[in-house]
Design a protein around this ligand. Structure first.
Ligand code: AMP
Length: 423
């Protein structure tokens, strides 16, 4: 019978790659919690209208990438394509705005977008998301960006990513910029790709984001949003840059960076890892003052970012799998098996990982298994040892073996584990 495969664009994360994921998640939690963020866990699906309202009707995500279906009661629901809309829905629904501001929250988990799968781009992918809600001060923007950098630094990746920042203005200055841009793009329609031509009327800012090489000359000569900022947005951006400077953070100003979600205002930013090729954005975020009100909540401002975990995983070296067993307990016979099952339980209660063989294979093939699993020690008990209450402890790398009382095995394994930890 033909075996069933996973859905296109959806991948399994197998060991030992899972060890990298645990490291990324542990580092994210540590960095975020040190900065006062607390974890929130959100549902994987929401009412469709939340994303339509929250992300913007004319974005690629809402127009063509959502996994939307009707549940059995006929309600339209959508697998979340991003976390901000859900998090703000929860913020409003549970009245979190009464807490001292900014309310700092983070979450992690899978997102779903029907995109064309390629290296670094999947239909189910994972993000770590951070949101700071209720504070408009530009120093917060710099602090949030600084925390994102700390995440990369803690993983040893700081030198391999570049920070891009921009301001995309607000409801005061962006409409006039949009009109000017629309006029410019309309004059240059013939030099734009088909997708950009379709975007010009609906969402001209998104044209600036196009990666098609043919569009680049037109995009490079387009008016810059930074020339069109109103005084309040320009001052906000100046202060963000001053605070970034105070933190010693280097960055590039990239006026074409508008990002794919409509809700952003003022500060937007992205972390890029050039070595990843076409899908090189490893994290992105920005300010979304006004979004909470648009979702029916109080007029609270906010800023946040999302880290693309698959792409960070691509940058990371394999890390040692902490779940790998320390020893394989090998019985030679049923009586020894029963003794070793009990021994395994007491060793595990000491917090050490061990694996038990069942005695059905020859000793040589069990030792071979220990080698292939990179298990450093074997504890071998045959009838002779059992009669004496002893075991053979074998160091796999050297092939050396010594006998010791069975009762002393847990203590000896602990000692060996400690020695390995210290290197
Ligand atoms: P966004 O929510 O679009 O701002 O994306 C934030 C980050 O999520 C990006 O910088 C990517 O690292 C990651 N990301 C977005 N879409 C995908 C995808 N389809 N597959 C893998 N990672 C993604």
């Amino acid at each position: 019978m033909k075996a069933i495969q996973a859905v296109r664009g959806v991948r399994d994360i197998l060991p030992p790659e899972t060890a990298k994921w645990r490291r990324m998640e542990a580092v994210a939690r540590e960095v975020f919690e040190l900065a006062g963020y607390r974890e929130i866990r959100l549902p994987l699906f929401e009412r469709t209208e939340l994303f339509a309202r929250g992300i913007g009707e004319t974005t690629d995500i809402v127009e063509k990438e959502m996994y939307t279906f009707h549940d059995r009661s006929g309600e339209s629901v959508t697998l979340r394509p991003e976390a901000t809309a859900s998090l703000l829905r929860a913020y409003i629904e549970h009245g979190l705005h009464v807490q001292p501001k900014p309310v700092r929250l983070y979450t992690m988990g899978p997102m779903f977008r029907y995109e064309r799968p390629q290296a670094g781009r999947y239909r189910q992918f994972h993000q770590a998301n951070v949101e700071a809600v209720g504070e408009v001060h530009p120093a917060l923007d710099a602090e949030v960006i600084g925390m994102l950098l700390e995440f990369f630094r803690a993983l040893g990746l700081a030198d391999r990513v570049t920070l891009h920042v921009n301001s995309i203005g607000d409801g005061q200055c962006r409409p006039a910029f949009r009109r000017g841009l629309l006029e410019y793009l309309t004059q240059h329609l013939s030099s734009l790709c088909e997708e950009c031509r379709a975007r010009v009327e609906r969402n001209p800012l998104r044209v600036l984001d196009c990666k098609n090489p043919g569009c680049q000359p037109t995009i490079e000569r387009a008016p810059s949003i930074l020339d069109a900022l109103c005084a309040a947005c320009a001052s906000h951006f100046d202060q963000v840059q001053a605070a970034l400077g105070a933190l010693g953070i280097s960055y590039r100003i990239t006026p074409r960076m508008v990002r794919g979600l409509d809700y952003y205002v003022r500060t937007t930013f992205e972390m890029v890892a050039g070595e990843l090729g076409a899908q090189n954005a490893v994290a992105g975020g920005g300010r979304y003052d006004g979004l909470i009100a648009a979702l029916g909540g109080p007029p609270d401002p906010g800023i946040g970012f999302a880290i693309g975990m698959e792409r960070v995983s691509l940058l990371l070296q394999d890390v040692a799998d902490p779940a790998a067993p320390l020893a394989l307990l090998i019985p030679l016979g049923d009586a020894a098996l029963h003794r070793l099952l009990a021994l395994a339980r007491s060793v595990r209660r000491q917090g050490l990982a061990v694996d038990v063989a069942y005695g059905a294979r020859r000793l040589r093939s069990e030792l071979d298994r220990a080698n292939r699993l990179a298990i450093p020690y074997a504890v071998i008990v045959g009838d002779l040892e059992l009669a004496k209450g002893h075991a053979q402890l074998r160091e796999m790398a050297e092939g050396s073996q010594r006998e010791l009382p069975l009762d002393e095995v847990p203590g000896e394994l602990s000692r060996l584990a400690e020695r390995r930890r210290r290197g």
